[in-house]
Design a protein around this ligand. Sequence first.
Ligand code: NAD
Length: 479
Amino acid sequence: MTRVAGVEVDTRHWIGGERVASSQTFADVSPIDGQVIAHIARGGAAEASAAVAAAAHAFPGWAAIGREERAALLHAIADGVDKRLEELAAVETTDNGALLRSHRRGVMPRVAHNFRFFADWLLELGREDFETRGHRNHVSWDPAGPCALITPWNAPLMLATWKIAPALAAGNTVVLKPAEWSPLTASLLADIAHAAGLPPGVLNVVQGYGAEVGEPLVADPRVRRISFTGSVPTARRIAGLASANLTPLSLELGGKSPLLVFADADLDQAADLAVEQYDNAGQVCLAATRLLVESAVAEEFTARFLERARALVQGDPRDEETDVGPSIHPRHVERVDGFVRRALAGGARALIGGGRPTTGQGFFYPPTLLTDVEPGTEILTEEVFGPVLTLQTFDDEAQAVAMANDTTYGLAAVVVTGDPERAERVAGRLVAGTVWVNCFFVRDLRAPFGGSRRSGVGREGGDWSFDFYCDVKNTVSAP
Ligand code: NAD
């Protein structure tokens, strides 16, 4: 047990309804001030195996529970999240440095909503019946078994529950491995689920490093689904391990999304949307980091963008007036800065930001906008995952679409235009899992979510989640 932001957090694993320690621990550091806030159980193959065993043991009982009862338990978890919302928000902000005000008003309510949404969707889940030459086809969604869920640090509890809620609703049991840079709220969620009455072994949480506990988890043949959110290199490793058992995979990966501003756009709206891409210090998979602006309005757009970007307040994420908090870890700041330094060395210019601050204890990197970037260089092709945007111009719609699609990713795109026909045309030609027109980050859990190309495999959300987390079955009966 340790106290973080005034909240008791258990730093051990949660396996089979019990707290389990490991012989080793690792330090969890707050990005706000670089202080060690907890020593977390450092799991390995033994803990991964014990957690999968607990999930496999609990599976038949959980799968056999009626839909209504399952849904009621998920609602009870959502109520528990609501009850502890302030604590969850405070702990997560201390752990990963994202804004407290976003956790309070956006993220944690969404965590509760994840449970409620999939509980309600389960009750509505369609049963398809149709006839073939007098024979009845009956389609059903059977639970698949234990699921391994592996998540990143940038939105820890939101991304974890986006997987846990549909997996449990579908009748599966789960083992969650949260990111080692933000392990705390997953532990609180285990407490909340236990208090809500979730049977032992239905939700398990193992802590530790990916290579040590994550790999044996995804390689375990008893695991029937792997859902992973994280980076492309890790996804490749996981897919390789999953291939031995042909375990079905859902991969939600990185992006290099474009934001297109056409000359007919409302330029204030365009500038607002562009500055929003610094949200969470740019550590958002969906962030549209490549600003592509029609030449005729580039100067005016840039002026309006810079006015807003310069007004952003960077600082302690617990302060209400802070707009941009710290980056997650010194290693990450180093990585982000490396991208910027190499771009500048290659001839790019920083219109704002462009270097690490020399003072302060936290891991801060300033909002940065680079222009005059060399086409084809890494700053335009690789995901930086920090508060770094690039600005390029285009002369017509065809060029805009070509530049937008000139990436190996395909997670999202933002189109800013005053012409609805253009919006439809351009959206239709963009390679992206989600296209936002004159908006950003509007998410409906009924909608499919995922990426094209290197941004991922599969879609989750609504029916897509149940299709993934279930063994879909067709039963054909003679007349
Ligand atoms: P990461 O791939 O380094 O780590 C993600 C998780 O995988 C962590 O829990 C980590 O411990 C685990 N892991 C690492 N190596 C592993 C291995 N060999 N086997 C099993 N598990 C392993 O990613 P990150 O740095 O934590 O997160 C940032 C990335 O996540 C970015 O690329 C970002 O775009 C992406 N992301 C995608 C989405 C989406 O929905 N598409 C959402 C958020 C973040």
